[in-house]
Design a protein around this ligand. Structure first.
Ligand code: ADP
Length: 278
């Protein structure tokens, strides 16, 4: 995988490779020859219009969906190989969904520890100690005994992130983690994600938060109509997109690639969706 010198993990073997992935739902072609890879320690953001295949790609990445063509290779393992133990593979891939998917009858702590005690057979006291440390990490130590209904959307999403981290995944997949949140709680979730990225977690993030993608991603993949329109470092995608449709998509979201205007520096300008990420 040479040829991407600007990518942080380019000297390491890729952790996740999508080779000409095709996925159909009946007559709908959801993925049409999608090809990119994720290196260890990278944050790769998937952006693009609704319906372009981004969520489908994530579901193929952890084998929630089988592909109809091409290959998904995770740490050298072809997910379609019938010898592959998909249950084991999925335990190494954390997933954070748009709608949190917490168990409503369990406390925040219990949501975080459930996988540890049931799947990993970790004794409850140890699981609770690890669970509390993870809730502390996402800034929710004081909410351990609360149920999801007593928490804001942003807090529930942070519990969901702690739950995924409990299994010590090699890669975290985020499917529009902030798009169901009230605007005032989006920042706290993005801050937690930024911190994870800074710690070196490998992350694949489907997002409409262009400011996050611009600042945090190592690599950005632009989807359009089931295909990859273009991919590259954020400076390319946001400041000098090579494909006119990328520029159209970004400008539709209020992002204007105006790096060449005097005094504007390298970063583009965000209109309506600007967020501060510490
Ligand atoms: P995005 O995440 O970019 O919004 P999706 O991956 O959700 O796009 O969808 C890509 C295409 O696949 C869309 O046309 C969508 O309607 C279709 N699709 C996704 N999931 C299913 C499904 N389970 N059954 C049928 N069609 C689906």
């Amino acid at each position: 995988m040479s040829g991407d010198p600007e990518r942080v993990g380019h000297r390491e073997a890729p952790i996740l490779v999508f080779e000409d992935v095709v996925k159909r739902y009946g007559s709908i072609l959801a993925l049409d020859g999608v090809r990119f890879h994720v290196n260890r320690g990278e944050v790769v953001c998937l952006i693009g219009p609704s319906g372009s295949g981004k969520s489908t790609l994530l579901r193929c990445a952890n084998a929630l969906e089988a592909v109809d063509g091409g290959r998904v290779v995770f740490e050298g393992i072809d997910l379609a190989d019938r010898r592959t133990n998909l249950v084991q593979v999925r335990q190494r891939i954390g997933m954070v969904f748009q709608h949190f998917e917490l168990f409503p009858h369990m406390t925040a702590l219990h949501n975080v520890t459930a996988g540890l005690t049931t799947v990993r057979k970790v004794p409850r006291p140890e699981a609770e100690e690890r669970g509390l440390a993870l809730l502390r990490k996402v800034g929710l130590a004081d909410k351990a005994r609360k149920h999801p209904a007593e928490l804001s959307g942003g807090q529930q999403q942070r519990v969901a992130i702690a739950r995924a981290l409990a299994m010590e995944p090699d890669v975290m997949l985020f499917d529009e983690p902030t798009s169901a949140l009230d605007p005032e709680t989006i920042g706290e979730v993005l801050t937690v994600m930024k911190r994870l990225a800074d710690e070196g977690m490998t992350m694949v993030v489907v997002t409409h938060e262009m400011d996050f993608a611009r600042r945090v991603a190592d690599w950005v993949v632009v989807f359009d109509r089931a295909r990859v329109l273009e991919q590259g470092p954020p400076a390319q995608i946001f400041d000098q997109p090579r494909v006119a449709r990328t520029r159209e998509f970004l400008s539709h979201l209020g992002w204007h690639a105006d790096a060449d205007e005097p005094g504007n520096g390298r970063a583009g300008r965000l209109g309506v969706r600007e967020r501060e990420i510490p």
